[in-house]
Design a protein around this ligand. Sequence first.
Ligand code: UDP
Length: 241
Amino acid sequence: MKKNNDIVLFKDGKRYDGRKADELRPIVMKTGVLKRASGSAYVEWGKNKVIAGVYGPRQLHPKFMQNPTKAVVRCVYNMAPFSVDDRKKPGPDRRSVEISKICTEALENVVLTEKFPNAVVDVFIEILQADAGTRCVGLTAASLALADAGIPMRDMVAACAAGKVQGEVVLDLMKEEDNFGESDLPLAVTPRKKEIVLLQMDGKLSREEFTKAFNLAVDGAMQVSEMQKKALLESPVEVEK
Ligand code: UDP
């Protein structure tokens, strides 16, 4: 969280982009966007643009990496060089390795891996344009892509962040709020049982602020979950010829 005392992020109940404290950015979701993937999804969330592709389940090679009792889930989060203000050096870095790991762990909770021994399910999250909250957008898109691939799952994963900006607890931080705010709390839930499969925090919150931000983010994720359901119902149905 950088310091900038000039930027006004919250005034008269309105945020930097005019939203109310508990308002999400506009979100558009689409599934079945990649012809060669087993399943895919594209999500625009504010200024974020994210695509997710799923390959598998297929046999895992090399063989010594196979698990005879369940499938391995591998999620890779990648930011395109043109996705951020300063060109991002291509390839993995500390941050993308961390986000890949937490997304893998979140998705392992929902994929019925025991149905596919010795197999691998590969999930690729590509950030085409970033404006804060990309791990939440990526995870939401990845879950949609898994459902689009027809991979058996216990539940979906829907994600959203909340945080604190100039003393106010707000939902779904955009880039300026993420950069100059006091705290960011991204989380992901399984909407049916409301289990938390991702919870991270940046900056500082009091106990009361944490509870408020946590509840706000869960409510946000539940709204995201409703949008996921709608996107899946509107998915194009392919008829085999
Ligand atoms: N960001 C950037 N360059 C980077 C990494 C991040 O400009 O190398 C920006 C990008 O807009 C990202 C935001 O900083 O969405 C917040 O990054 P953070 O690590 O908090 O993850 P996110 O909120 O995207 O999950």
